[in-house]
Design a protein around this ligand. Structure first.
Ligand SMILES: [Zn+2]
Ligand SMILES: [Zn+2]
Length: 275
């Protein structure tokens, strides 16, 4: 829930204060780039850099090169487009189950892998597209893994959502589907699964509004979405996927959206995959 002065506000402040500065050292001719980032984006950036660094250090052709040399190469590799980065999560965070399910408490653990504290609501937002691993920390410090669950929509689910929602599901938002996150309407602690009926595309701003802002969404079997404000009042109830009431069905002759040939649409806008 959003509160003035909350840790979500602190992260927002750090995000706005983030800067990139670049200058040349006149004496050495070296170029300097100073990147000041909030803890979340810093963790995300270094997750990629560390992955490249680990790969470079394992490569026997790099034997004899210094750690600093390899670190520079890893940073360059991380920012080069088209570099074959392994499929890795954007950021690794540690959070205890009670905080994740019920919010902050006296002994909350909610931080980046480097130990930088993060708002619980932000980590709950990240969990909409994440691999969750539940572990129990034993008294001797060892851990047992309980389960792993991939909470990210698969390709087929993304295609079906894209056919229903050309843009963010917020009624006044024009951000395209490809820029959206796939939100789990029912939170996983309430049994919400990564199934089409429980997924909705939201742009970064509106995904933020739902999690850090404390807005609540519900959806019925016709995909009518109700937006509840943090004070419990209904802000908006829509009439299903936008294409059923805003746009005529795409004309085959004038070019259908990608993958549309594989889909048939009910009158109420629900999709069926056709093989
Ligand atoms: Zn979400
Ligand atoms: Zn939006």
């Amino acid at each position: 829930m959003h509160r003035p002065g909350s840790d979500a506000d602190e992260l927002d402040r750090q995000r706005k204060a983030s800067r990139v500065k670049r200058w040349t050292d006149r004496d050495t001719g070296l170029k300097h780039t100073l990147i000041s980032l909030d803890p979340l984006r810093d963790a995300s950036l270094w997750n990629v850099i560390d992955t490249h660094l680990a790969r470079l250090r394992q490569d026997p052709t790099n034997d004899g090169r210094s750690f600093d040399e390899l670190k520079v190469e890893a940073v360059i590799a991380a920012v080069q487009p088209g570099n074959s980065t392994p499929r890795i999560p954007g950021v690794v965070v540690h959070v205890d189950a009670a905080s994740l399910c019920h919010g902050r408490h006296d002994t909350t653990l909610c931080e980046t892998i480097d130990g930088e504290p993060l708002p619980v609501s932000t980590v709950q937002r990240l969990c909409c597209e994440a691999l969750l691993q539940a572990v129990v920390v034993n008294p001797d410090g060892t851990v047992d893994q309980l389960c792993r669950e991939l909470r990210t929509a698969n390709r087929q689910q993304r295609r079906m959502l894209a056919a229903m929602y050309p843009t963010c599901a917020h009624p006044h938002c024009q951000v395209g589907f490809s820029q959206c996150r796939i939100h789990h309407i029912e939170w996983f602690t309430n049994g919400g699964k990564t199934v089409l009926a429980n997924l909705l595309p939201l742009c970064e701003t509106h995904h933020h509004l739902v999690h850090e802002g404390g807005w609540n969404l519900t959806i019925d079997e016709h995909r009518h979405v109700t937006w509840l404000k943090p004070d419990g009042t209904i802000w908006h109830t829509d009439t299903g996927p936008p294409r059923t009431h805003r746009d005529p069905p795409p004309d085959r002759a004038r070019g259908r959206p990608p993958d549309a040939d594989h889909h048939e649409r009910d009158p109420d806008g629900r999709l069926h995959l056709v093989h």
